[in-house]
Design a protein around this ligand. Structure first.
Ligand code: MG
Length: 389
């Protein structure tokens, strides 16, 4: 008889770090009583100290699966969705039915408009844990359950240059270049001297061959994005990311058609339906699914939809403990059209807290975990940072 899901536990993981995400606070950016601050340049809230939401699912036979979702903001909201609503529909399920479980849970709240946000984050965490369990029972890494891997390692690009001055950011990027990395992305909200200067100086420092991209953090209008694209074109951007507010699909389509630049988006999407509305109208050239939001099931649907449209996929890598990063590498190994994967160097240190495979990105390439399941599990040291909720 098939093994069945017996329990689900949620944990908030403390990922305290010296410097906030994207670097030190700028003038006028202050941490509030709840530990949040707002980046002035993009109006987006961040926690002073990173954290994540991890889910542990066990089967009746005692097989343990780990999932994780986006937990930097209000992680207890997502945990409550799992505890109050979803657990009752997952207990007793066959862990090999991860796709049908996902679709059943999705259907529960569809007509009420819950096809994104915290609800889909909760589904992502459960989905990753079920794939992990299925891999462990089968004795296979997830990329084999998904049909096999197309590559032995995955190109990684250095994301974020968390230094206070442009000179320091160039030196920082140079240091990574000397360690074997050939691709870089900076974030416009902390490019204090402006995107054009940042591109010019990074190009000067890193040379003609380096790939240099910019994340515009959804800050532009149609007119300003096209004008900015014209001004940076002389510095040969690799791609520009998220130029428009995320809900402005026609605006993004306009920029994709008129900027002359390669447009990358996708980190805020949860499902293939989010991808479809942008891909069908030609609003995007590079797809950036975020495993912490999509889970493996929707990540693969997005990736294969992109593949059917001959689009490149470059998965996003957000703040997490490493569990959904491992899942992202598993799924990326099994997608044909992956060209690179974001590498958040400032977040990799806590990932050392795993048993089994250690996640690594060295000399410009990620290794792909080969143990059964997603390939990583929290170590005892990591468990000390996890608070059960
Ligand atoms: Mg981004």
């Amino acid at each position: 008889m098939a093994d069945r899901i017996a329990s689900i536990q949620c944990y908030v993981v403390d990922l305290k770090q010296e410097s906030p995400y994207l670097g030190s606070l700028r003038d006028g950016e202050e941490v509030d009583d709840q530990g949040y601050f707002v980046r002035k340049q993009n109006g987006t809230v961040y926690p002073r100290h990173n954290r994540s939401l991890v889910v542990e699912i066990k089967t009746q036979a005692g097989v343990e699966g780990w999932g994780e979702t986006y937990g930097i903001v209000a992680p207890r909201a997502t945990a409550e969705i799992i505890k109050d609503l979803l657990t009752g529909f997952v207990l007793g399920c066959d862990p090999f039915e991860m796709q049908t479980v996902h679709d059943r849970l999705y259907d529960l709240m569809r007509v009420r408009g819950y096809h994104g946000g915290f609800y889909l984050d909760a589904l992502a965490a459960i989905d990753i844990a079920l794939w992990d369990i299925a891999g462990k029972i089968a004795g296979l890494p997830v990329h084999q359950l998904l049909g096999g891997k197309y590559r032995e390692k995955i190109h990684g690009y250095v994301s974020g240059l968390p230094c206070d001055t442009l000179r320091e950011r160039c030196d920082f990027a140079l240091n990574w270049q000397e360690r074997g990395f050939d691709a870089f992305k900076f974030a416009a909200p902390v490019a204090d001297e402006g995107v054009v200067s940042e591109f010019r100086e990074l190009r000067r420092a890193l040379g003609d061959e380096a790939k240099i991209a910019c994340d515009l953090h959804w800050t532009q209008t149609k007119a300003s994005a096209v004008e900015l694209a014209r001004r940076i074109s002389v510095h040969h951007p690799w791609f520009i990311e998220a130029p428009m507010p995320s809900e402005d699909v026609t605006g993004l389509q306009y920029v994709a058609h008129h900027s002359g630049q390669t447009i990358a988006v996708g980190e805020e999407w949860r499902t293939v339906f989010d991808a479809r509305s942008r891909i069908d109208c030609g609003a995007v050239h590079i797809i950036q699914p975020e495993m912490g939001h999509t889970g493996i099931t929707q990540f693969m649907r997005i990736g294969r939809y992109a593949e059917a449209h001959h689009l490149q996929v470059m998965p996003h890598a957000t703040i997490g403990s490493g569990i959904f990063l491992a899942a992202s590498l598993q799924a990326s190994a099994a997608l044909r059209n992956i060209v690179s994967h974001e590498f958040q160097h400032s977040l990799l240190q806590p990932f050392r807290h795993f048993t089994g495979n250690v996640l690594s990105c060295e000399a410009g390439f990620y290794s792909i975990p080969n143990s059964p399941g997603i390939g990583v599990e929290p170590s005892e040291a990591m468990k000390k940072k996890m608070t059960r909720i």
